[in-house]
Design a protein around this ligand. Structure first.
Ligand SMILES: Nc1ncnc2c1ncn2[C@@H]1O[C@H](COP(=O)(O)OP(=O)(O)OP(=O)(O)O)[C@@H](O)[C@H]1O
Ligand SMILES: [Mg+2]
Length: 384
């Protein structure tokens, strides 16, 4: 395991930022990609970021399914190298899915029919794990072309970090769900859909048709006939696709916040990564409350300090007001130190889980991180 994130950044070809919802995956991915570009790498940051935070941070008004170059003047400002380039792409899940269908369907006409089928629109937008799968497919496409020195992947917003590794299984389960299976069997036998489902099935279909219209039932049937081959191979391909992530040139950056829930999930995720043989790089603990201990901080000392501060004494406040202000300050400071102590404890747990490997801390900043300057500001914490 490399000692510093900067080495990882310059050595690996693919970095994947994973973690629970809202911990700072997108921010970390953007900072790492930008940092690599500022060190001369031709870098792509691939995101599924419905909040469009990445686009805003990188000064791109619109970020969509096409690769866009980030303004080189912005990227290279005061940078160690003037040769790097940064590209960004926000994966449109539906488009990625369409492309995948197109690449696996029998012929162009079949592609057209599938994409135009209303059932497909539903399925492609709602299959569990499909977003992650689409992202991985796209990642491999870019990886194969070798067009980039480094690809940083920002994984989609999920409630739990583990959702990412569970994506192939979830996708498999969604495909093999009883309802889908029923329709597939129905179609697999050929002939009339209505005769093969048996009495109960036919009854259910007819009742269903009353509600959704028989056209919809027909759409369903046609869809599963056409889509069966593609769907059948999905689970296998999903696992294959994800297994490519085990290569040593890939690295997983596990982003966590020091909140107990996020720490618990990060530890569980780390265990799963290791068990699955995926190359773990290190923890990024984001939004850490900084500790600013002041030795011998007492009410009297604080009052005296306030009184001695010219801008405060110029206000001509009463002694009681000074005491009240000093008391409030003291309480606020104690509260912050308590938060910082809790964070240290959480970070200790992650350190143990990571076996003393790479762990970097990024403090909780006063403002959101929403532009290139702010992202560059995070470099020093991340890269060390
Ligand atoms: N160190 C920090 N200090 C303060 N704010 C931060 C810090 N890091 C990230 N943020 C802010 O927290 C919010 C969430 O960050 P970000 O979008 O990177 O998280 P995420 O893990 O990608 O979230 P999601 O799971 O929704 O995709 C953003 O508004 C971001 O600007
Ligand atoms: Mg995000």
């Amino acid at each position: 395991m490399s000692a510093r994130l900067i080495d990882v950044l310059l050595e690996r070809r693919i970095l994947i930022c994973v973690g629970s919802g809202g911990v700072g995956k997108t921010t970390t991915a953007a900072t790492l990609a930008l940092a690599a570009a500022r060190r001369g790498k031709r870098t792509l940051v691939l995101t599924i970021d419905p909040a469009r935070r990445l686009a805003n941070s990188l000064g791109l008004a619109e970020l969509g399914h096409e690769v866009q170059q980030v303004d080189s003047a912005l990227v290279r400002r005061d940078a160690p190298s003037q040769t790097g380039e940064l590209y960004a792409m926000m994966l449109d899940q539906k488009r990625a899915f369409d492309e995948m269908v197109a690449s696996h369907a029998k012929d162009p006409l079949a592609v057209k029919r599938i994409l135009a089928n209303p059932v497909y629109a539903q399925i492609s937008g709602s299959l569990a794990g499909a977003q992650e799968y689409a992202a991985m497919t796209k990642l491999h496409e870019f990886d194969r072309t070798g067009a980039f020195d480094l690809i940083v992947v920002d994984t989609p917003p999920t409630a739990h970090a583990l959702d990412f590794l569970d994506a192939p299984r979830k996708l498999g389960e969604a495909i093999d769900s009883p309802a889908i299976d029923w329709f597939r069997k129905l179609q697999g036998q050929g002939g009339s859909r209505w005769s093969l489902v048996g009495k109960t099935g036919a009854f259910v279909l007819k009742r269903l048709a009353k509600f959704v219209g028989s056209k919809f039932i027909d759409d369903l049937g046609v869809f599963f006939t056409e889509f069966n081959d593609i769907l059948g191979g999905f689970r296998k391909r999903a696992e294959e696709t994800f297994s490519l992530l085990r290569q040593p040139r890939v690295g997983f950056v596990l982003v966590a916040s020091p909140e107990p829930m996020a720490v618990g999930e990060a530890v569980a995720f780390h265990e799963r990564l290791i068990a699955a043989g995926m190359p773990f790089v290190g923890f990024v603990v984001n939004k850490v409350h900084p500790s600013r201990p002041v030795p011998d901080l007492s009410l009297a000392a604080l009052e005296a300090a306030l009184a001695a501060e010219p801008r405060i004494s110029a206000l001509g406040l009463s002694g009681t007001t000074h005491t009240m202000a000093a008391t409030a300050l003291l309480a606020a400071h104690a509260e912050l130190e308590t938060l910082a102590a809790a964070d240290r404890n959480a970070i200790g747990q992650l350190q143990v889980a990571g076996g003393g490997g790479l762990l970097v801390q990024v403090p909780l900043l006063r403002d959101d991180v929403h532009d290139v300057t702010k992202l560059v500001g995070l470099e020093r914490y991340l890269l060390g």
